[in-house]
Design a binder for this molecule. Structure first.
Ligand SMILES: [Zn+2]
Length: 461
């Protein structure tokens, strides 16, 4: 079998040769010398990979929001070197929930897509046309002031995520090795370590760093400090984000976001001068418009390696589940038939603003009111059944409308007027409401009013 080499460039190999005697005696790892400063934790991907296998993983993963294919594979490879589990540690079938294994004062900041291969210190992964014997990929100018990683197109690159990539080369495994060079590691003599200089199979096993690799990164950046800021959760409410964790500074914290879209400089999108609350366990900040799905990190008031937190996956633009409105509850017989049925035309899109409520089977020319609330109930009311309640969100009424001579009601919803325009009852994207029609029916000889069945509707963007 041909040996597939994972090499450093000639320049760095020369540098490594000067440092053949490792500073630490026990490890089989080696160090290039130097480390990435806090300002060089970013990485981007120029996704010019030509093999279809490199970009055919189209299954979204909640721990790697917004990206798939080669980008997701390289993102996984990078955060494996992080100080602790990336989110809940899932996303890679090979690592069984343990993604994020470095345990050092080192965490990378995913900065999305680049639009070119960049310079040798722009911290970008990309494919390089051609081949060079058994060489798979290489890392340029690690450590000095950033790096650049290239993968030869002569190989067939596979983005996984499964653990059998056939005769292809596992992009995630090789990326994990090359990124090890970028952060300051040379090759290891330990067979099976991610930093071992060659692979004999597909490279899948290199996705998970070994105890020797962990000893290596801890030798460069130090064992994860007890004082290192730590993110344990992120909650997004509208345009605001609340981060929970530990060891945040009282003042002068920064939150680092992944850039939205492609391009950028690689420098994280930052919100600065943030104070924490609850004893350094909570930070709330506004989400910048230039931020996108990716990872969030907190940097406390210092600039040392242990002043930057772990990377926490955060989907800033979660897909709102937006089914068509459906009916629920029951209608009740009235003076003209088997009961009034609620209906609609148009779409439940806040942007389209073309939603019209309707009701059929109402007594001719009678008045009624469409109303809505946050919960679904079923209780006798008048001659019918009440299907809508507040649920803590309130109950809201539209202006009265009148049925036509056929007993039909139609009411276009005005998205720019109360009650849907603003405030607690507003039809904001992502909110869910339950809508029913109340109408007068004096001819029935009962209570004088009745109700339709109801509509369950989630508002779309
Ligand atoms: Zn190598």
């Amino acid at each position: 079998m041909q040996t597939k080499h994972l090499i450093l460039p000639t320049l760095a190999l020369g540098l490594g040769a000067l440092l053949l005697v490792p500073a630490k005696d026990a490890g089989a790892y080696s160090l290039i010398g130097g480390s990435l400063s806090q300002s060089q934790r970013d990485f981007r991907i120029y996704n010019n990979f030509t093999d279809s296998q490199a970009n055919n993983n189209n299954t979204p993963d909640p721990m790697f929001p917004g990206y798939q294919g080669a980008v997701m594979a390289i993102w996984k490879a990078s955060v494996e070197w992080g100080s602790e589990l990336h989110g809940d540690g899932t996303g890679d079938p090979h690592q069984n929930g343990s993604l994020g294994s470095g345990g050092a004062n080192f965490d990378p900041s995913f900065q999305g897509l680049a639009t070119s291969e960049g310079s040798t210190n722009n911290n970008i992964h990309s494919e390089l046309a051609g081949s060079s014997g058994g060489v798979l990929a290489y890392t340029e100018t690690p450590i000095s002031d950033g790096w650049r990683i290239k993968y030869y197109s002569g190989w067939t690159w596979d983005d996984g995520p499964g653990t059998n990539v056939g005769g292809n080369v596992d992009l995630q495994g090789v990326a994990c090795h090359e990124y090890g060079h970028a952060l300051g590691l040379g090759h290891s003599t330990t067979s099976g370590a991610t930093m071992y200089p060659s692979i004999s199979g597909s490279g899948v096993t290199q996705r998970s760093i070994s105890s020797d690799d962990i000893a290596g990164i801890q030798a460069v950046y130090g064992v994860k400090s007890a004082n290192k800021p730590r993110i344990t959760g992120v909650v997004i409410t509208g345009s605001s984000m609340t981060i929970t964790g530990a060891n945040f500074s009282n003042n002068s914290n920064q939150v680092w976001f992944t850039q939205a879209g492609s391009g950028g400089s690689g420098t994280p999108i930052k919100v600065t001068n943030l104070s924490s609350s609850a004893g350094g366990t909570q930070i709330t900040c506004s989400i910048p418009g230039t931020a996108g799905p990716g990872d969030v990190l907190v940097r406390n008031s210092g600039t040392a390696n242990d002043d930057l937190s772990n990377a926490w996956p955060t989907d800033l633009q979660p897909d709102i589940v937006c089914p068509d409105p459906t009916t629920f509850c029951v209608t009740s017989p009235n003076s003209v038939g088997s009961g009034a049925l609620i209906d609609f035309t148009g779409t439940n899109s806040a942007a389209a603003q073309n939603f019209t409520l309707a009701c059929y089977g109402v007594p001719a020319n009678q008045y009624g009111i469409f109303f809505y609330g946050g919960a679904q109930v079923s209780s006798l009311f008048g001659d019918g059944v009440l299907c809508v309640a507040s649920g803590g969100l309130g109950v809201y009424r539209f202006a009265p409308v009148q049925a036509d001579a056929f007993g039909d009601v139609s009411m276009p919803v005005d998205w720019n007027a109360a009650p849907v325009a603003s405030g607690p009852g507003s039809w904001a994207a992502g909110t869910q409401w339950n809508i029913q029609y109340w109408y007068r029916d004096p001819a029935a000889g009962g209570s004088g009013f009745n109700l339709s069945n109801a509509l369950d509707m989630t508002i779309c963007p």
